[in-house]
Ligand binder design. Sequence first.
Ligand code: CFM
Ligand code: HCA
Length: 533
Amino acid sequence: LAEFKEEVLAAYPKKVAKKRGKAIVYNDPDEIPQIQANVRTIPGIITQRGCTYAGCKGVVLGPTRDIVNITHGPIGCGFYSWLTRRNQTRPDEQAPENFIPYAFSTDMQDSNIVFGGEEKLKQAIREAYELFHPKAIAIFSTCPVGLIGDDVHRVARHMTEELEGKVNIFGFSCEGYRGVSQSAGHHIANNGLYKNLIGNDDSVDGKYKFRINVLGEYNIGGDAFAIETLMDKCGIELVATMSGNSTKKQFETAHTADLSLVMCHRSINYVAEMLETSFGIPWMKANFIGAEATAKTLRKVGKYFGDQELIDRIEKVIAEEMIPVKEAQEKALEKTKGKLAMLFVGGSRAHHYQELFNELGMTTISAGYEFGHRDDYEGRSVIPSIQIDADSRNIEQITVKEDATRFKPRKTEEELKALEKEGLEFNGYEGMMAEMKKGTLVIDDLSHYEMGKLIEMYHPDIFCAGIKEKFCVQKMGIPLKQLHNYDYGGPYAAFEGAINFYKDIEQIACCSIWKEMKAPWEKEDIVEAEYVY
Ligand code: CFM
Ligand code: HCA
């Protein structure tokens, strides 16, 4: 891998090479190197990234089924974020409404750009209210909204008044260009959840006394369903999942849980912190991707609550679930062992899925995030040293304080210290690099050109990324597994998901057909042309 950096940078103009050079590093888990992350993509480079609106509307709020999410903008924005992420949901008596199959949009036209779109937005809210009588309506700003100065917050206030407070209406300033990637949208969404929903309902119900939140789990391909089933087996109540298969009420009651587990650190760490600061709920990093990781996560929960009955029940569930897991793993391993993987996705999966590849005996030789921050790579200990640039300052910062009446530390300082001694870590995330081998290549915001070079030089057995990369990579004769929407597959979370993953990867990465893939011009020179001036 040592030649990669030099070779790839040689093709860039000097200034670009200097900048990209900081985002391409050779890993050393014992002495974690610094990586450049969460900075603007250089214009002209083909990036994997998406926009701030996508992170706010598509990712964080999108999976909630009983809130009407209105995109204020041209129809393309609403259309592109319309279920392509495969976030599933299952209506129940508590919230039978399901607005996820709809794409609500103001469908802005040229005339709205010239004369303003606020009236159209008001009309859209009236229409949504008359048709569906939802409990809440959220408005999401797209690029033109910010450029022409429409004020979605003013419209939200106006319509709340007009509808006599019967529906909770709130807006997000998540214009596509507001940050350098989806990541800004996560932060804006987290702030909005905290300001408009979290803490609105103090009711506590449910079957079990051990009550937790799972934050940063979006039910892609049914992942949250798999986690829900598992929690039920263990006798653990899921108060809120943010936001896979979620409801408005889940957000509103999240502050009544006694522990938050954080799956995707990048997209939801802000809410985890807010729940702790305001209400005294500790959080721990968790991972349900990989059978071993799932077992580890469950054991952490058992240890946290310290209840012997719960601990025994968890051990029993793990033992039972591991039987079919081991069987499927052994079968897949015969073929997958020793193969090489590359993972370039979002802000957490490029790390989490390395667990599943390890279980398949495969090595991740190169990985990176599209929009992770340095803490997602190097661990949270670097946070104080991260320089805040103008792009990050552009994101609203909110002040979060102890709730005057409801702040209640779930554990005393001494109890937390004792748990830490027993191996639990609170408010911590070690990041991706600590778990990757020495000498592996870590690349932030991978460019399309760099992707081509990686494949050309190292021929991985599988490349994991998204739809923009999929067909280019496959045309190079390498199978691509989408780790965003799972290519129609999943769930891949928890024990049941691990089994699905083993089977799917064995099929994809161990199939000889890809070696036959040759573009016509690779077989023979068939293009003949003559320049005519
Ligand atoms: Fe978190 Fe996600 Fe991801 Fe993400 Fe995303 Fe996603 Fe992703 Mo696509 S919240 S960072 S903004 S785990 S949509 S469910 S798959 S890029 S790695
Ligand atoms: C998004 C959503 C996305 C896109 C995936 C892809 C997803 O960032 O807007 O590029 O294939 O998971 O659907 O990340």
